[in-house]
Design a protein around this ligand. Structure first.
Ligand code: MG
Length: 364
């Protein structure tokens, strides 16, 4: 089997409610890129690239450009199973993580479809389902409590809370959520690097009193020494996200000893680099979850297969955001019951695209 064509199709689907995080994070639509890898055997692999200029420096046009003019010509004619050889070529161009990541996801999808097995089986086969939590973007305390209660009633048992801008409000929202949701739910906070070292230590210690399970990226990711200081001063683990973009980042953070959990995002590391990360973490005794890049259904299924396949992805994942998108490119919706994604039995990632919806939402 040979790669015959790689397509990059930009599309836009509005979110139901705008998502706010960190000091300036704001998104009101999925403006993403559908990636299709065609093969000479007729099998097609699909994936979703998520431009995040403020996080990775990639834009929608830069991803389309990188795929059409660099990566597609680079790998056309290659065997889609030869991912190490393909990444050796990708490494010739710096960064562009979600352009490379999406192609990688689509390659594995094509291979699993050709073999007639679902991706969760090809990637490790631990399970065909994945528990997921609900992410609360920054809103007023009553709005966040209301949103959490509605989603607890829908079956979600884990909640990620975006914090970092107003430490006093952050403590109040964790207190209010714990009081309203009860002692059983898993509550954790993501500061998206917005606290200073001293504010992080003071604020997290106060949140710990309300049973906060762990805290994600309290201070700027570049400050590894600061992260060690925070980790030593608080009693709960720090989860690495912005500090753990690459397997090399993960190896460094593990050796420094500041992180106790890792957020794996297949949009930025594909399956090839995500596998390196999950192995590094497992050997260091560090559990993982699948982090959200606010993907639509295509990206959600790609990520869910990896999380379900691996035993060390043992915390509830974050990939329920597809429920907050107004529509989807999927002809067969994702099954989510009581906070658990049940993966389709179809080969590959199980994505069935709705060609009419692609026509409706594509931007080129
Ligand atoms: Mg994060």
């Amino acid at each position: 089997m040979k790669i015959s064509k790689v397509e990059a199709i930009p599309f836009k689907i509005p979110y139901k409610v705008p998502l706010k995080w960190g000091l300036s994070g704001y998104l009101d639509a999925a403006e993403h890129v559908l990636v299709r890898v065609q093969t000479d055997s007729g099998v097609v692999g699909v994936a979703e690239a998520t431009p995040r200029p403020s996080i990775y420096g990639e834009s929608l046009p830069s991803i389309v450009h990188a795929i059409r003019t660099w990566f597609a010509p680079m790998i056309t004619g290659m065997d889609p199973t030869h991912t190490e050889k393909i990444w050796a070529k990708f490494d010739g161009i710096h960064w562009n993580p979600t352009a490379k990541g999406a192609i990688d996801l689509a390659l594995y999808d094509a291979v699993a479809r050709a073999r007639g097995i679902p991706l969760w089986e090809m990637l490790g086969g631990n399970s065909d389902r994945l528990p997921v939590g609900w992410m609360l973007g920054m809103r007023s305390v009553p709005e966040m409590v209301q949103e959490a209660l509605e989603n607890q009633a829908r079956g979600f048992k884990a909640f990620k809370v975006k914090v970092g801008v107003d430490p006093e409000k952050d403590v109040q929202v964790i207190k209010a959520l714990r009081g309203n949701l009860g002692p059983e739910v898993l509550l954790y906070a993501d500061a998206n690097m917005a606290y200073s070292i001293s504010t992080a230590i003071q604020t997290i210690k106060r949140m710990e009193e309300y049973g906060l399970a762990f805290v994600e990226e309290p201070i700027p990711a570049w400050n590894s020494n600061g992260r060690i200081k925070v980790a030593q001063a608080i009693s709960i683990p720090i989860m690495g996200d912005e500090s753990c973009f690459t397997p090399q980042d993960v190896a460094r953070e593990i050796s420094l000893g500041a992180i106790g959990l890792i957020s794996i995002k297949t949009p930025r590391t594909g399956y090839t680099l995500s596998m390196k990360i999950v192995h590094l973490a497992e050997m260091a005794g560090i559990p993982c979850l699948m982090g959200s890049q606010a993907e639509t259904g295509v990206g959600t299924l790609a990520s869910a297969h990896f999380g379900a396949a691996r035993r060390n992805v043992s915390y509830p994942s974050e990939i329920s955001f597809f429920l907050s998108v107004q529509d989807d490119l999927l002809a067969e919706p994702i099954l989510l019951k009581d906070g658990v994604i049940e993966l389709p039995r179809r080969p590959g990632n199980g994505v069935v695209l709705d060609e009419e919806k692609i026509k409706k939402y594509r931007m080129d």
